[in-house]
Design a protein around this ligand. Structure first.
Ligand SMILES: Cc1cc2nc3c(=O)[nH]c(=O)nc-3n(C[C@H](O)[C@H](O)[C@H](O)COP(=O)(O)O)c2cc1C
Length: 191
């Protein structure tokens, strides 16, 4: 009887120890969240490029337009991406930042922006990402952008042609900026 009780206690204590270890391993595997909004797919493309360059088993991607259920406590690194349309980043990105500012300040974060108006890009970045986050971010990347006409509606096509003078598909992504962001987040991970 005594032996059975002792065996039970040993089994119980081993199983109690193994659960917290499993939780830690699970959390380790979910280290980086890439949170983005995209109108025509370019910011999404950049999110996927970042995931490929990081260890993809530790990265999860969340499209804010799909209203994901996202628990930031599972992640140590948060990368936020959006794009500029008529001077503004997506409202979903603004809302996400507003709702999570306090927890974002406790994480390692990096910010990226897709846009095509080169002379205005710095102002656009500063106007759309709050100063608090920009200063806290390990890397602020302006990654360029794309015009993809078949994804634009009639008004968008008209505006892009009129304002930029461009009327064919154009890609001006900046791989070096994507690389810099990935390196900054990876270096932080090594610390
Ligand atoms: C209708 C429209 C308006 C745009 N307005 C701006 C703008 O005000 N400033 C800018 O820098 N880029 C502007 N862009 C360029 C976008 O930021 C660029 O196309 C970007 O790659 C879009 O990314 P997304 O497909 O992830 O939304 C505009 C593009 C479109 C189609």
């Amino acid at each position: 009887m005594k032996t059975t009780a002792l065996t039970l206690i040993i089994i119980l204590s081993i199983s109690c120890q193994s659960n917290p270890q499993e939780t830690v391993i699970k959390n380790k595997n979910m280290k980086t969240a890439i949170v983005y909004a995209s109108n025509h797919g370019t910011t999404e493309k950049v999110a996927n490029l970042i995931r490929e360059k990081l260890d993809s088993s530790t990265v999860e991607i969340f499209n804010l337009k799909k209203k994901p259920i996202l628990d930031l406590s599972n992640y140590e690194n948060i990368i936020i991406g959006g794009s500029i349309h008529a001077g503004s980043i997506q409202s979903e990105v603004k809302k996400f930042i507003k709702e999570h500012t306090v927890s974002l300040m406790e994480k390692r974060i990096a910010l990226y922006l897709c846009c095509m108006n080169e002379p205005q890009e710095k102002e656009e970045f500063n106007a759309n990402y709050p100063e608090l986050l920009r200063n806290h971010s390990v890397y602020n990347a302006i990654v360029g952008g794309e015009y993809i006409f078949e994804k634009m509606n009639f008004i968008e096509k008209f505006l892009v042609r009129k304002i930029s003078g461009v009327s064919v598909n154009t890609s001006k992504l900046r791989p070096i900026e994507i690389e810099n962001l990935v390196n900054a987040i990876s270096n932080e991970e090594d610390n």
